[in-house]
Design a binder for this molecule. Structure first.
Ligand code: ADP
Ligand code: MG
Length: 828
């Protein structure tokens, strides 16, 4: 079965050639106990290693089962070793961090035998060598003789055709030596056993054949043999390989044995992971925050097509474009603030937008033009507002002290009623940003809604502007705040009065409601000391200011003037997670109020007159030229035919892109109809913010990547050290049939595991760091959970960390696999 034909082995040592084997020819029986004797250095070990496929012969041929090995590949040798040869060494060569049972099993795992069978075979082999009681011990807990028996068990476990034992008794006392020789002789009954020994006596009393060597040659062969010509057999191809499970197990054992080193390495590289994870988490948070703000602000400053508005986008781009071009050195001097502002203002003036919103355009939104479909309302909701001026006054108590000790009621015109917020057509849109805290949601034209901020407050100046609170002095309510109930029940706070055009402007000589004749009112309500009004106006600036500035509906506030009562019926509050609400004024009304006013105004004298008279404002006498100007004039009289403003509320950032594309498309297919221009002021700002955020996070990631490189180098060094330390183990694995690939696999698994552990540690650390970070961010931005990671970030980081360490460990692993198994075994 084994036949050596003129085997020579030449070692090249620097310039010198050393002939370790000088043409050995031997033929072995299928079953015999061969002892090789000879002085140290005569080439016994070399011979054994060549027979066992651990080392390669320089010339000649080794015939295995009738087959030449001249064309054997590394893989063929590996298979041969793991299937047909069992090695026993003088120094036992056990893997010290594995148990006795595991050491024996390792050989079987590499031959690809199943788990159950493996265990059974390993136990059988250990029973055979008499170690049934020591299965769970580690080699360190055994005596020399016992260790050698483990090595023999490992050698015979998969029932190989030959056992090669290199001085198996060399390190043992004579008693143990005899036991080992007994065991080998027993084994040799049904297979070939070749044993190298120094001990003549032992050889003579046990061997069935003695081969004496000297200087790389055979001196004497006690029982030469010439095999019959065997026919060439087909080599059974069963590849030996190391499954990842074994690699993982070996790596885990090794890592467990070096806990401190593993922990330190993992922590060090996990810090790099923490850096990247944190940057990612912050970038996630920022982008989420920016998107959220964009969507929120888009509700209060929506993309708008209106008859008149200002587009700030060119201004914003202008400022930044200007600053960045100067920064690039096109203009040597740094711009001063005033230069920048002037530049911005110039741009702003250039972009005052007027639109003529045509029926053609509204029809485009609703139904589309030609084969272009209308706007998808599931993606973008829009609100076509006919925002017309409303004649509204509020009866408030004005304290005109010192004219009067008591407050006197006046019908003050609410000049800001024109900028009250119109409620969106669908309730749910409002519910995304606000929740009802008292009363009910307005349903009819005469019902209003009060809007409070996150703190349930409205700023004093805002209240004053809308004639709530500050002027509504009531002796019973002078405590600085109102309860919701008081607001909803006290008409002095919650009531406004709507006056229709004919009452407000008159029907013939149109005039706006006049300044109040304070004298008459004061005379009516005065209950204190009399003073001439003129004197008071002269001496008191405050009264003078009121007298000059407020406009009143000049009707006796104590008489019912037949006006329509508008009443606040509910209070909504801004949600905590909303940054900017869509309702920008404290009073909001339903679009039914607009419709009602428009309907009533249509038949009013002033609108009729205006529609008849071209080119001149019938109230002020100012020139009115063009359709847009006429529409604006009409809307100031409470009438509008077409929407004055269309607000678009896209649901997501993607829907916004769709909307802009849809609007841009209109100007291409509108034919003779007027072009439309939209304003997207929020988008312009957000785009800039995004560019800045993107740049900053790219820099941060680049910086943390450096630490990643450092940790990769560190892993490489650690692996290299590990390779040097485990040279012996590599040799043992190779002697039982592991391929080069398997050795790479072993180390790659190990480094991969360090990377995996580092990844997990890093992410846990990151999550811990995120807790205080989120508390800080919540205080700064009001957003909870600002810093966060998506699930795919977790996976990417763990995979990335493992991959990086694998790559870092690859070079040392390749070095390890290149190690000559013979040298590896010789190393101590
Ligand atoms: P033995 O086992 O009989 O003591 P070896 O087979 O180990 O002898 O060695 C035979 C000769 O080959 C010795 O001179 C030894 O120094 C030499 N030798 C063995 N291995 C190597 C090697 N890897 N490189 C160079 N010389 C070697
Ligand atoms: Mg030797």
């Amino acid at each position: 079965m084994i036949k050596l034909k003129n085997i020579k082995k030449i070692y090249q040592i620097e310039e010198r050639k050393l002939n370790a084997l000088k043409g050995i020819s031997l033929d072995m029986r299928k079953s015999e106990f061969v002892c090789v004797l000879g002085p140290s250095g005569c080439g016994k070990t070399t011979l054994l290693n060549i027979i066992g496929g651990l080392d390669r012969y320089s010339s000649g041929d080794l015939i295995i089962d009738g087959k030449s090995t001249k064309r054997f590949t590394d893989e063929d040798w590996d298979t041969y070793r793991s299937r047909k040869v069992g090695f026993v060494f003088q120094s036992y060569n056990l893997i010290s961090h594995q148990t006795v049972l595991e050491n024996v099993e390792t050989a079987l795992v590499i031959s690809g035998i199943g788990r159950e069978e493996r265990r059974k075979m390993a136990i059988d082999a250990l029973v055979k060598v008499g170690l049934a009681e020591h299965l769970r011990k580690t080699p360190r807990q055994l005596s020399g003789g016992e260790m050698q028996r483990v090595a023999i068990a490992r050698a015979i476990v998969n029932n190989p055709q030959m056992i090669l034992a290199d001085e198996p008794t060399g390190a043992l006392d004579s008693e143990n030596s005899v036991k080992i020789m007994d065991l080998l002789k027993e084994i040799a009954k049904d297979r070939l056993v070749i044993t190298v020994t120094h001990n003549n006596e032992l050889a003579e009393s046990y061997a069935t054949r003695i081969i004496r060597m000297k200087d790389g040659e055979i001196l004497e062969d006690s029982a030469p043999y010439k095999s019959a010509v065997e026919e060439e057999k087909k080599e059974e191809k069963r590849k030996s390989f190391m499954p990842y499970s074994l690699a993982t197990k070996l790596s885990l054992k090794n890592l467990a044995g070096k806990k401190v080193r593993t922990a330190l390495t993992s922590i060090a590289s996990s810090i790099a992971i923490v850096g990247i994870a944190l940057v990612l988490a912050c970038t996630n948070g920022l982008n989420y925050f920016i998107d959220k703000i964009q969507m929120d602000t888009m509700s209060s400053i929506p993309i708008t097509v209106s008859s008149k508005s200002t587009n700030y986008a060119p201004m914003i781009e202008g400022i930044f474009g200007y600053v960045s071009s100067t920064a690039k050195g096109e203009n040597k001097q740094a711009p001063t603030n005033s230069v920048i502002i002037n530049h911005a203002l110039k741009n702003m003036q250039a972009t005052e937008i007027t639109n003529e919103i045509s029926a053609h355009f509204t029809n485009y939104l609703e139904n589309g033009i030609g084969n272009k479909k209308g706007l998808d309302k599931n993606r973008v909701r829009y609100d076509a507002v006919k925002n017309v001026t409303k004649n509204v006054y509020k009866k408030v108590n004005v304290e005109v002290y010192p004219i009067s000790k008591v407050s006197c009621p006046l019908n003050i015109i609410e000049q800001n009623a024109g900028s009250w917020s119109c409620l969106p057509p669908d309730r749910y849109i409002l519910d995304e940003q606000y929740h009802l805290v008292a009363g009910k949601y307005p349903e009819s034209a005469t019902e209003l809604l009060l809007v409070v901020d996150k703190n349930s407050a409205i700023a004093d100046t805002v209240l004053a502007k809308h004639l709530i609170d500050v002027y509504a002095v009531d002796e019973n309510l002078g405590k600085g705040y109102y309860t919701y109930d008081e607001i909803l029940t006290n008409p002095i706070i919650n009531e406004y009065n709507l006056v229709l055009n004919d009452d407000f402007y008159g029907t013939e000589n149109f005039s706006t409601a006049k300044k109040v004749d304070l004298t008459s009112h004061i005379e009516t309500f005065y209950r204190g000391e009399v003073k001439a009004l003129e004197d008071i106006l002269k001496s008191n600036e405050y009264i003078k200011e009121i007298y000059n500035s407020i406009r009143c509906y000049n009707v006796d506030p104590n008489k019912d003037d037949g006006s329509i009562k508008l009443k606040i019926v509910g209070i909504v509050k801004l949600n905590d997670d909303t940054q900017y609400g869509m309702l920008t004024s404290p009073i909001a009304y339903t679009s039914a109020l607009n419709d009602f006013v428009i309907e009533k105004s249509y038949n009013s004298a002033i609108v009729t007159a205006q529609l008849e008279k071209d080119g001149v404002n019938v109230l002020t006498g100012a020139t009115v030229s063009g359709k847009t100007a006429l529409n604006n004039t009409l809307s100031s009289f409470g009438y509008a035919e077409l929407p004055t403003q269309i607000k678009f509320y896209p649901r997501t950032i993607k829907d916004k892109d769709y909307l802009l594309e849809f609007l841009d498309a209109y100007n291409e297919i509108n034919g003779d109809n007027p072009d439309i221009t939209y304003t997207d002021n929020v988008g312009a700002v957000i785009e800039l913010v995004r560019v800045v955020v993107g740049g900053v996070s790219a820099i941060l990631i680049a910086l943390t990547a450096i630490s990643l490189v450092v940790s990769a180098i560190m892993i490489g060094i650690i692996t290299y050290v590990s390779v040097i330390e485990r040279t012996k183990e590599i040799g043992i694995l190779r002697s039982v049939g592991a391929r080069k690939k398997d050795v790479v696999r072993l180390f790659v698994t190990e480094t991969g595991m360090i990377g995996f552990i580092a990844g997990i540690c890093g992410l846990i650390l990151t999550l811990l760091v995120c807790i205080p970070l989120n508390v800080i961010m919540a205080n700064l931005t009001g957003v909870t959970g600002f810093v966060f990671l998506y699930w795919w970030n977790f996976i990417a980081l763990i995979v990335g960390s493992s991959l990086l360490t694998v790559v870092a460990g690859l070079i040392p692993s390749l070095l390890a696999s290149k190690q000559d198994p013979v040298k590896a075994l010789r190393s101590e």
